[in-house]
Design a protein. Sequence first.
Length: 69
Amino acid sequence: MNPEDRLIAIESKIAEQEDLVESLNQTVYRQQQQIDQLEELLSALVRRMKDSGAESSDEQPGDERPPHY
């Protein structure tokens, strides 16, 4: 293989690697966006569960005796 062919082959491999790295970067970016959205959703659900739990504990406290006692 002459030096010019070798240089072309190396340049081709570098170009392929650059494309692959860019593709992987885009994938990681999209995944991070999804993770951020899921974290926000989870936080909202946790708040909703806490609020729901506080409301239900106000309605029926566990330590009170029923009125028929």
